[in-house]
Write a protein that binds this ligand. Sequence first.
Ligand SMILES: Nc1ncnc2c1ncn2[C@@H]1O[C@H](COP(=O)(O)OP(=O)(O)OP(=O)(O)O)[C@@H](O)[C@H]1O
Length: 217
Amino acid sequence: MIEVRNLSKRFGRKLVLKNLNFEVDAGRVAVLGQNGAGKSTLVKMVAGILRPTEGEVKVFGKDPSASPDVRERIGIATHNPMLYGELTVRENLEFYAGIYNSKPKLEELARKFDFLEYLDTKVSELSRGYLQRVSMAKALINDPDLLILDEVTSGLDATVRKKVLEIVGTFQGTLLFTTHNLNEAKVCEAFIVLRDGQLVYNGGSFERALEAINEVA
Ligand SMILES: Nc1ncnc2c1ncn2[C@@H]1O[C@H](COP(=O)(O)OP(=O)(O)OP(=O)(O)O)[C@@H](O)[C@H]1O
């Protein structure tokens, strides 16, 4: 489902991801590591938003950055919601839903994340927490096979946070979930730990993942 081979990413002089190799078949995977470890860069590469400097990423057998059909199967929400400020919430979600979805799905998600009353509000006028809610809805609107949630729970109130964690705990496709809240990560079945751009743990033990995060290089 996700194959990462000899993957490196450089921003200017800085090598941010260093020769990563791993595979994810299915299930819910937490991507963990300290600030600046490379988590967001990695998940953006899996989503096809960033291209590798070296090596390759394949999702559903193809390069996601070059395959619109693969990107249609990926839902991503990040702490920087990628939404059009001048459009309303409804217009944004309709835009992302494209021809694949209908109004009932949009309203179901607006009800789930409790922003029905903001559907006709411009995105630029939303508070941070509501932006996060809409961002979650955007990620889910096309019933993705791969859901990527990058630090989405920070800034959410307890009720919505619980709904997001329910999704993390029950998502049926493949999920990549980055968080600094290790309690939240516990609901995942597998753990990938990055330290300074290197993969230092890939496996199913939460305790081993914790050790890997805290080890000094
Ligand atoms: N577009 C960019 N241009 C230059 N450097 C970048 C860019 N994006 C990320 N970086 C750098 O890459 C490194 C890894 O960043 P990244 O956001 O992937 O880490 P992270 O593990 O998600 O961190 P955090 O937990 O703080 O969100 C950091 O040193 C960051 O400054």
